[in-house]
Write a protein that binds this ligand. Structure first.
Ligand SMILES: [Zn+2]
Length: 339
């Protein structure tokens, strides 16, 4: 093999959990609310405590809890929560990514074209110019981008010069959710300018360690984003109040920016079934999908309760100004046909 002039590696962009939404105002009388009256819909640190940390009394690492056990209210002191969030994210990275972090390939230029390559040929479906343009930023700064792995690169994004493919594993889809994923994708597409392309249904099962290149299943191209309705039985990370997980993998070749090449959204179908019964359940489930999609394209949680990317949703069903400003930025990433 010739000079080792090509380097690839993949990393998750933090698979983020979302807590199962609780009934909104006007739902049942037994709804627990915070002192402010707000109803949290998802929260990062709570959702993983049961698996990864021993925050709460009586909860041990990797213990399996009965479903639907309401977790203790998390504290509302912002700084403490943020620190806690960072800690959990770090653990998630370690848990989810140990296998893929070790996948660090040194490839000769021809290797992507050879049988058994861990990466597809370069530039599949890549256009010379972006397929769409993001809307002009509204100027809000109330958003946080996923951390970049490279100090010289402000953020990682999907390549706007090619379609962002996605497939759906439709099994277990809750009644009444027809069209919901397409609506959520359309919102993220409009907010980023990225062109999403639905590539049909798949039988691929969701996984916490998914291969971003599956030529036998999807052809010689990066695997599409896999959106699946699933359950804690299949994805233990959805146990308890966790309603969804979302994140992307990035790839890199030397001298070029990191770009996201594949991603996943795992939606807790039993939880969504419950939420769909709420008066505004369909909107809440759609907001959950939009929130996860925003993680997939590169937004992190923001410490602003008026944004959908706040780690705890208080009944919001629409993107906020900060969400939109961040998504507009993420639609303006670099085109990298070398991947
Ligand atoms: Zn989240």
């Amino acid at each position: 093999m010739g000079a080792m002039d090509r380097e690839w590696f993949y990393k998750d962009n933090d698979t983020k959990p979302a807590r199962r939404p609780e009934p909104g105002p006007g739902a049942g009388s037994g709804v627990q609310r915070s002192p402010s009256g707000r109803v949290p819909l998802w929260a990062l640190e709570e959702s993983l405590n049961g698996q990864l940390q021993e925050h709460a009394p009586g909860r041990t690492t990797h213990s399996r809890k009965p479903k639907r056990v309401r977790k203790p209210r998390r504290r509302r002191s912002g700084r403490g929560l943020r620190l806690g969030t960072v800690g959990v994210i770090a653990l998630v990275v370690g848990l989810y990514l140990t296998p893929t972090i070790l996948d660090r390939y040194i490839l000769a230029p021809a290797l992507p074209y050879l049988p058994g390559s861990p990466a597809p040929p370069r530039g599949v479906d890549a256009s010379d110019v972006p397929l769409g343009l993001p809307p002009a930023s509204n100027g809000s700064t109330s958003f946080v981008l996923e951390e970049s792995p490279d100090d010289s690169q402000d953020f990682v994004a999907y390549d706007p010069c090619r379609p962002v493919d996605y497939v759906l594993r439709p099994d277990f889809a809750p009644a009444g959710t027809d069209g919901l994923i397409e609506e959520a994708v359309a919102e993220i597409s409009a907010a980023t300018g990225l062109t999403f392309a639905y590539r049909g249904i798949t039988s691929e099962a969701p996984s916490e360690d998914r291969d971003p290149y599956q030529p036998d299943r999807y052809g010689k191209r990066w695997a599409p984003i896999l959106i699946s309705w699933t359950s804690p039985a299949e994805i233990p990370g959805l146990e308890g109040d966790v309603a969804g997980l979302g994140g992307s993998l990035y790839a890199h070749t030397p001298g070029k920016p990191f770009v996201y090449v594949a991603g996943q959204i795992q939606l807790d179908a039993p939880d969504a079934n419950v939420v769909m019964q709420y008066p505004n359940g369909r909107d809440l489930v759609k907001a959950l999908i939009v929130h996860e999609l925003a993680h997939v394209v590169g937004l992190d949680h923001v410490d602003d309760p008026s944004q959908l990317m706040y780690e705890e949703n208080n009944g919001l069903t629409a993107l906020g100004d900060g969400d939109r400003a961040g998504l507009a930025l993420l639609g303006a990433g670099p085109c990298v046909p070398q991947l």
